[in-house]
Design a protein around this ligand. Structure first.
Ligand code: UDP
Length: 385
């Protein structure tokens, strides 16, 4: 009856399901454990009618025209260039640290001289990871690197990861480089924005296809069985079609090699009966407070037809797999990747079984890279016939 079962309806699951259903003409069943689609991109109108991102702020940004066009079939965009500021003492300074930030921190004469040095060293417009900047032996550059490390990365990273910037994967801090230009943009991608009406609406449209059946509130690991001999069963019968799994890989094997480590977040939402709370979409708290950042949704979604404003504060903690906890961020280090590799090895016994997504691949994906991978996977499956 079904050609493909997709487990999970987040970015990965929704994109791969649509493409296989539409272009591949396959009958796709999507099983979603949560009561909604869109994964962690899920957004909704709260009780005060403010559009909020339930699992933290998500902004689509890409240079991949194919992905942008694919998503644009299902959404109009509220295009905006995302900017972030960090609260350091009484100041709100632009992040990533850039030449504007430099001039806010230092007096004109010193900032001018440092600017020249940075340009000479790295080139106008370059983007230098903080860990790389710290390797530079020049005293002036060391001073800047120390400022950025201590005021932007150290405490935020301790909160977010429970580890110092030196201890975590450089790929993670490298997401927010020091920028040698006057661009305050958080991302440098050509296309940036959020879908008008929300991400959920966009994914609902994507999943709305005659060849797709979606079941929400259904735990695939209960409806399906993954046998020792490599067979996969659905509704007690062997399923011979393709299975795309976007869930946590350790859960598929009942944690037999131990639980994969993740960071989780607690979200505290607050509504205020005033027009404005912080005047910015996102303020990072890089030296004080227990939360990492505050998002004020109206500045991110562009919503105008609403009274008051809703914010969310993010409190990170170590994921333990307890009821209600959500694994958001894989902790990328050698031990964890080795542990993950054991699960991958084990999963190879299943034929026509593929892993896709932040959880299943134990990776730190952006939305666009995830969508690209899902589109390519659909092509690969269609090409096998
Ligand atoms: N980071 C930081 N201070 C900041 C912003 C980012 O220390 O003001 C570090 C931190 O370790 C964080 C990583 O850079 O986890 C990546 O930040 P990004 O904003 O990309 O994280 P996401 O939005 O994916 O949670």
């Amino acid at each position: 009856m079904y050609d493909v079962i997709v487990i999970g309806s987040g970015v990965a699951g929704s994109v791969v399901a649509r493409k296989l259903a539409e272009e591949g003409k396959k009958h796709v069943l999507v099983l979603e454990r949560r009561t909604h689609v869109a994964g962690n991109c899920f957004d909704k109108f709260d009780e005060d009618d403010v559009l909020v991102h339930v699992y933290g702020p998500h902004i689509f940004h890409t240079n991949d025209e194919g992905v942008y066009e694919y998503f644009s079939r299902f959404a109009k965009w509220h295009m905006f260039r995302h900017e972030v500021v960090a609260k350091v003492g009484d100041q709100l300074i632009p992040v990533p640290f850039n030449l504007n930030t430099l001039h806010m921190i230092y007096g004109k004469e010193k900032a001018d001289a440092l600017e020249q040095k940075l340009i000479k060293e790295y080139g106008q417009g370059s983007r230098v990871p903080i860990m790389k900047l710290m390797e530079n032996q020049d005293q002036d550059i060391q001073e800047i690197a120390k400022y950025v490390h201590d005021n932007i990365f150290l405490k935020y990273t301790m909160k977010q990861w429970g580890q110092t910037p030196e201890e975590i994967s450089p790929e993670v801090t490298g997401r927010v480089p020091v920028v040698i230009s006057y661009d305050n943009g958080y991302f440098k991608d050509e296309y940036q924005g959020v879908p008008v009406g929300g991400f959920t609406l966009m994914f609902q449209k994507m999943l709305n296809h005659p060849n797709i059946e979606i079941r929400v509130g259904v735990d695939a690991l209960e409806e399906m069985s993954f046998e020792e001999d490599g067979t996969i069963c659905f509704e007690k019968k062997e399923f011979k079609g393709d299975v795309i799994y976007t869930g946590a890989l350790d859960e598929l094997f009942e944690l037999k090699y131990g639980r994969l480590p993740y960071r989780s977040l607690d979200f505290k939402f607050e509504h205020f009966d005033k027009e404005d709370y912080q005047g910015h979409a996102v303020v990072n708290y890089t030296v004080s407070e227990d939360f990492t950042r505050i998002t004020e949704f109206k500045y991110l979604t562009g919503q105008e037809d609403v009274k008051g404003t809703t914010i969310v504060k993010e409190y990170p903690f170590a994921y333990e797999g307890k009821e209600g906890q959500i694994p958001y961020y894989a902790i990328l280090n050698e031990d964890n990747l080795a542990q993950y590799a054991k699960y991958v090895e084990e999963s190879k016994k299943f034929k026509k079984f593929r892993l896709l997504g932040r959880l299943a691949e134990y990776k730190y994906y952006n939305i666009d890279a995830m969508a690209r991978k899902a589109l390519d996977m659909a092509d690969e499956i269609m090409g096998e016939e």
